[in-house]
Design a protein around this ligand. Structure first.
Ligand code: HSE
Length: 412
């Protein structure tokens, strides 16, 4: 079987190497002699004969070649990846992508086009790299209603948080290491500001709840405001700070989604997920909680998921309606401030005893936290449980305390 590759950066190179190494084995797994890459679409010249011999500049060569059955898109970004994928689908090629931005923003049109031309559009590598999360949700949990998910969906930020907490690394130093490993996005602010996690959360929510979830509708916070002081307070309480993507169906049918740093209690597996690893808890009405764990970014892990999708396309080339969601966003998103939870709060007080008394009066069930070498007037605590907007309002009303940082403590 002949396939084409659009984009030969970190992921594309992983796919190229995997296909070259396992060509005959992959062929056997999809009933062919072998799997071969016939073209690589890329603007660059690589200075490597094996790559340069296959490189083309015009997507029309790929879309117009009847020998090509499956096209892998690993360019990243929405444009021109979207136009190139459309050209391939319209010419009867199945498309496999690792591009979460493309899927989060354009899946509806790509599904429609794949359906019209009776080919596959697959994106298993777009969430959690090598972990088979999407196929688990689409196929293995088909006997359930999925009621929620919570996950560490970005390897770069988890790597940075782990380095900061375990090795007292600086934020910038840890980010540079993540970039050197090939984990970070082309624009690493997509990782650290939470946008990458937001796109993945939108994809998970669309699958879990069956209708398109717009990433722009998901409240998103990154990890740039996390300090060593907060990590120390939360570590001292036996918990961990993790950047989570959460989706939950509420009893009234509305959907709660959020991307933000969260306090994960010790004892939850998510608390112990470190480095580039990702993990997702999926909640089904019949199966209960499933947890998937593995490498969430990196060349080979992502290529593993891409190549598995290529083989699926070869085995069953026609459009699979199960591997899609409804196109209409039906307005079920709940304002995130309505969610009841606890908050971790750190701030300053001129008179700590007076502030603590006011804090205890405002919030029921307060837990005061400690850390070594805290400045004299610093206070950190966890509130009782109430809607987030109530907690935020109460915080503004306490005159003896100036809050600096809030981190949510979701019930997982
Ligand atoms: N930048 C992403 C991450 C790559 O760090 O998770 C995988 O999607």
């Amino acid at each position: 079987m002949k396939i084409a590759l659009m984009g030969c950066g970190t992921v594309g190179r992983g796919v190229f190497e995997t296909v070259r190494e396992l060509s005959a084995v992959l062929g056997a797994r999809c009933g062919r002699d072998c799997v071969e890459i016939k073209y690589i679409l890329d603007k660059r010249t690589f200075g490597e004969p094996a790559l340069d011999a296959l490189t083309v500049r015009d997507v029309g060569i790929i879309a117009g070649d009847p020998e090509i059955e499956v096209v892998v898109e690993a360019m990243g970004g929405t444009h021109p990846a979207f136009e190139f994928c459309m050209a391939c689908l319209q010419n009867g090629k199945s498309v496999v992508t690792s591009n979460k931005q493309l899927v989060a923003e354009k899946a509806e049109t790509l599904f429609e086009t794949a359906k019209k031309h009776n080919v596959q559009f697959r994106f298993g590598a777009s969430v959690c790299g090598g972990i088979p999360v999407l196929r688990t949700m689409f196929y293995s949990m088909a006997g359930n209603e999925i009621t929620g998910f919570a996950g560490i969906l970005n390897g770069t930020t988890n790597f940075i948080l782990t380095k900061m907490i375990r090795e007292q690394a600086s934020f910038d130093g840890a980010l540079k290491q993540a970039q050197a490993h090939g984990y970070a996005e082309a624009d690493p602010s997509d990782d650290i500001e939470g946008r990458d996690t937001c796109r993945k959360t939108a994809i998970l929510a669309s699958i879990a709840f069956g209708t398109h979830t717009d990433p722009d509708g998901i409240h998103t916070e990154g990890i740039t405001g996390i300090t060593a002081a907060d990590a120390a307070y939360i570590d001292g309480a036996g918990s961990r700070i993790k950047l989570l993507g959460i989706g939950e169906k509420q009893p009234d049918g509305r959907i709660y989604t959020i991307v933000a740093p969260a306090v994960v209690p010790a004892g939850r597996i998510l608390a112990d997920v470190e480095g580039v690893f990702n993990a997702v808890s999926l909640y089904g009405t019949k199966v209960g909680e499933i947890m998937l764990y593995g490498p969430g970014a990196g060349k080979d892990a992502t290529a593993s998921a891409v190549v598995a999708d290529v083989l699926d396309c070869a085995r069953t080339p026609g459009f699979d309606p199960v591997y899609s969601w409804e196109t209409k966003q039906d307005g079920r998103l709940m304002p995130y401030q309505e969610k009841s939870l606890r908050l971790y709060v750190r701030g300053n007080a001129g008179d700590k005893a007076a502030a603590l008394s006011d804090i205890r009066e405002a919030f029921e069930d307060v837990t005061v936290l400690t850390r070594d070498n805290a400045p004299q007037n610093e206070l950190a605590f966890i509130t009782g449980k109430a809607p987030e907007k109530t907690l935020s309002l109460l915080l503004t009303q306490i005159r003896s305390f100036v809050p600096a940082v809030k981190i949510r403590c979701p019930e997982l």
